[in-house]
Design a protein around this ligand. Structure first.
Ligand SMILES: [Zn+2]
Ligand SMILES: [Zn+2]
Length: 101
């Protein structure tokens, strides 16, 4: 379980280049709250902005209402994406792959 947690955290953090950027993201989350754009990994839901674990799916109580999972790209995620505000999007990756023409 500990290892999984580390892995999930690293998936998000790997995309963040510098410790400074990471700090900025943490500060943004502390002001605006965590983003509803999330990563889903081994049953855990992590904030796509700062990498913090928001929900531990192993507890069996995941509430994914309104959440958008990066690269999940299903109809529910797309629907939820419409409900996001700038607060969710700032410094977050775009959750869906852009369609190739
Ligand atoms: Zn966050
Ligand atoms: Zn989805």
């Amino acid at each position: 379980m500990k290892r999984f947690k580390l892995l999930c955290f690293e998936i998000t953090i790997r995309k963040i280049k510098t410790p400074f950027e990471r700090k900025v993201r943490e500060i943004v989350c502390s002001f605006l709250g965590h983003s509803r754009i999330c990563h889903y990994c081994f049953g855990e839901i992590t904030c796509a902005r700062c990498g913090e674990i928001l929900q531990d799916g192993f507890a069996g109580l995941s509430d994914t209402t309104g959440l958008v999972f990066v690269e999940h790209d299903c109809s529910i995620c797309r629907e939820n994406y419409k409900g996001l505000s700038w607060k969710d999007k700032v410094l977050c990756p775009h959750p869906f792959k852009k369609k190739k023409d």
